[in-house]
Structure formats: structure tokens, C-alpha cells
Design a protein around this ligand. Structure first.
Ligand code: GTP
Length: 216
């Protein structure tokens, strides 16, 4: 079996999250990009979030009400936009397909993004180097490189339920995410089919976004 839920996080000097999120009292819009290689579980993560948001299932993925039942998803072609509310926050998730021929579509979305969910198939050791290259591409993007403190990254070491999954600490090493990583970051082991770990990642991400000036 893959490792249990584990977490690694940035220790850089970003300002601490407030005790109470500014999202708590009024509805806010929040744009989060979901990035990762194909088959990493991006659509499944969004489907789980949507299935637990109190609204209907995703257009792309059919999610059952039970969080323990597998979610049916199909490969993303190009970009997939999902908008829904969770609590007092209106989320706009953009699932950016990991298929390389669509990467030129990324630019305008990074400009508007307030946070990034970077999803990795933690069992796919063969493609860890590719995932690392993908992360480099994102970090070097002109709309990302100048927002070091205001664009938080939540990394999901997904498919933790499967044999051979690396845990979040090992994944941080494999991706080269360490003290030198210049964005606020958190690395969480997740299972997108049950939702394990996703709430933790989202809570951290929304706190970071609300603490920054990039969310109205
Ligand atoms: P593209 O659309 O090709 O970019 O893929 P994606 O990153 O959106 O992956 P998707 O959510 O389509 O998931 C790919 C496959 O992995 C599907 O069969 C999912 O059911 C499965 N999957 C996703 N997350 C998990 C997980 O945490 N555990 C297990 N066991 N399977 C998962």
C-alpha cells in the first residue's frame, strides 16, 4: 500500500495565516489552477471537490455522493473549466491538461491565478523527472516567476492508496521542492477517489490566498 497521509511544507518567512479567514464573512472569488501530467488525477481531484461542495456533479466527471466510491473521469482535452462554491468561496478551477500540445494555452490563466494545485501520480516513478520538468516550466512562466510570495503551491502526492506510492516527503525531494523553493508551498499525500488529504490541501491553499493581497 502507499504511505499514509503525510505532509511537507515550506518554512520560508511568508506572513502567517490569519486566525480567521477573510473568506469567513463574505463570498469571495478564487481562481485556482490545477496542473500536472496527464493521468495524475487532476480531474479526479476537481470532481471530488465538486462532489463535496453541495452542488451537482462535475460536467466532466460523474461523482457519487459517497466520498468512498470511485469517481469516473475521462481524459481532459485542452482546458477544462469548473466553477463552484465551497463554503463562502466561489472557486474557479482550471484543469490544465498535462498533454504537452496544450501547454501554449497556459499563459493567460496563470496571470489570473491565485493559487496552484500541482497534482502528481505518486506511483509513477518513471515520470517523476517529467513532472519535475513540468514544474520548472510552470515556475519559469513569466506570469509565475514574478509572484514568488503571492502565488502558493499545494502539491498533491496523489494515488497514495496504491502500492508503490511515494509519500509527500519523498515527492518533495524528487521534485526538488525544498527550502530554496520560493513560493509558499505544501505537499500532501492524497487519494482523489476517496478525497483523503484534499481538504487539508484546500484549507491551506485558501488560507494562503486569503492572507495574500491577490484575492480581493
Ligand atoms: P488528464 O485528463 O489526462 O490530464 O488526466 P488527469 O490528471 O485529469 O487524471 P484523471 O483524474 O483523469 O485520473 C486518471 C486515472 O487515475 C483515472 O482512472 C482515475 O480514476 C485514477 N485516479 C485518480 N486519482 C486516483 C487516486 O488517488 N487513486 C487511485 N487508485 N486512482 C486514481
Amino acid at each position: 500500500m502507499g504511505g499514509g497521509a503525510s505532509t511537507a511544507a515550506s518554512t520560508n518567512g511568508t506572513k502567517p495565516a490569519p486566525k480567521r479567514s477573510m473568506f469567513a464573512t463574505k463570498r469571495e472569488d478564487c481562481q485556482i489552477l490545477v496542473v500536472g501530467l496527464d493521468n495524475s488525477g487532476k480531474s479526479s481531484v476537481i470532481a471530488w471537490l465538486k462532489s463535496t461542495s453541495g452542488k451537482g456533479p462535475s460536467n466532466k466527471a460523474s461523482a457519487t455522493a459517497s466520498t468512498s466510491a470511485p469517481l469516473e473521469v475521462v481524459p481532459t482535452v485542452g482546458l477544462q473549466l469548473e466553477e463552484f462554491s465551497r463554503g463562502s468561496v466561489n472557486f474557479k478551477f482550471i484543469d490544465m491538461s498535462g498533454q504537452s500540445r496544450y501547454r501554449e494555452l497556459w499563459g493567460s490563466y496563470f496571470r489570473e491565478a491565485q493559487g496552484v494545485l500541482f497534482v502528481v501520480d505518486a506511483t509513477d516513478r518513471l515520470r517523476m523527472a517529467v513532472a519535475k520538468d513540468e514544474l520548472r516550466l510552470v515556475l519559469n512562466h513569466e506570469q509565475v516567476a514574478h509572484r514568488l510570495n503571492s502565488l502558493p503551491f499545494a502539491f498533491l502526492a496523489n494515488k497514495m492508496d496504491l502500492d508503490g506510492a511515494v509519500d509527500s516527503i519523498e515527492l518533495a525531494v524528487l521534485l526538488g521542492v525544498d527550502e530554496a523553493f520560493q513560493h509558499p508551498w505544501l505537499m500532501v499525500s492524497t487519494c482523489a477517489t476517496t478525497g483523503e488529504g484534499i481538504e487539508q490541501a484546500m484549507s491551506w491553499l485558501t488560507e494562503k490566498i486569503s492572507a495574500s493581497t491577490s484575492c480581493p
